[in-house]
Design a protein around this ligand. Structure first.
Ligand code: TMP
Length: 217
């Protein structure tokens, strides 16, 4: 059986990656095509730990009180989760001819951990190196959204903001994602304007996926 496609959807918090991954997987299934939706942090053991960090349940004691783990610790946790996710879930599905649709991947590590690590080239180079053995996606869709639009979407969600859901950081992340292609010159990355409604974004994503499959919309 030929392998499935590996599709990744990326963007800042509130850009709609989770919504679009779920719509895309449903669309595949409605058309009788096999698809496996998944996400990072994954639902594996390291991913579960990371989600506890993101919601403030895992902290580091320090002189000033407790604080979240630093950016380098986070970078290694995300990279370990990714390799476990690949081994346990992504690669077996691809090998079975199933298209894997992943909500975030190593672009998130390069963007978020570089920005939280000070934004320098040395940091982004190290984070990419940590993820050197992560299989490259066949198609990556970056949802570009105005940080203010994303912030107002996040405000409608229930629960407290997670670790990286800080408006100033999200502005920096939006700038980082706008030029992320430069750091992954061999990847197939398409930017989608995600400021419009859900349906417009879905249509743009579908046309990229059809092009990947060599089909017309
Ligand atoms: P999400 O489920 O809302 O997408 O939350 C995951 C958060 O973790 C989001 O703020 C992005 C962040 N993240 C990283 O910082 N590095 C990574 O490698 C990944 C996958 C996510």
């Amino acid at each position: 059986m030929s392998g499935g496609h590996f599709i990744v959807i990326e963007g800042i918090d509130g850009s709609g990656t989770t919504t679009q991954c779920s719509i895309l997987a449903d669309r595949f299934i409605d058309k009788g095509l096999s698809a496996h939706p998944t996400r990072e942090p994954s639902d594996g053991p390291i991913g579960v730990l990371i989600r506890q960090v993101l919601t403030g349940r895992v902290v580091v004691p320090s002189r000033e009180g407790v604080r979240p783990p630093g950016w380098a610790t986070m970078a290694t946790l995300f990279a370990s989760d990714r390799l476990d996710h690949l081994e346990a879930e992504i690669l077996p599905n691809l090998d079975n001819g199933i298209t894997v649709i992943c909500d975030r991947y190593d672009y998130s590590s390069v963007a978020y951990q570089t920005v939280s690590g000070g934004g320098g080239d040395e940091v982004s180079t190290w984070v990419r190196e940590l993820n050197r053995h992560a299989r490259r996606p066949d198609l990556t869709l970056v949802l570009d959204v105005d940080p203010e639009v994303a912030a107002s979407r996040r405000d409608t969600r229930s629960g407290s903001p997670e670790l990286y859901e800080v408006d100033e950081m999200q502005v920096e992340l939006a700038r980082f994602y706008a030029k992320i292609d430069e750091l992954f010159p061999s990847d197939t990355i398409r930017h989608i304007d995600a400021n419009c409604g859900v349906e417009g974004v879905t249509t743009a994503i579908w046309s990229e996926v059809m092009a990947l499959r060599g089909e017309s919309v």
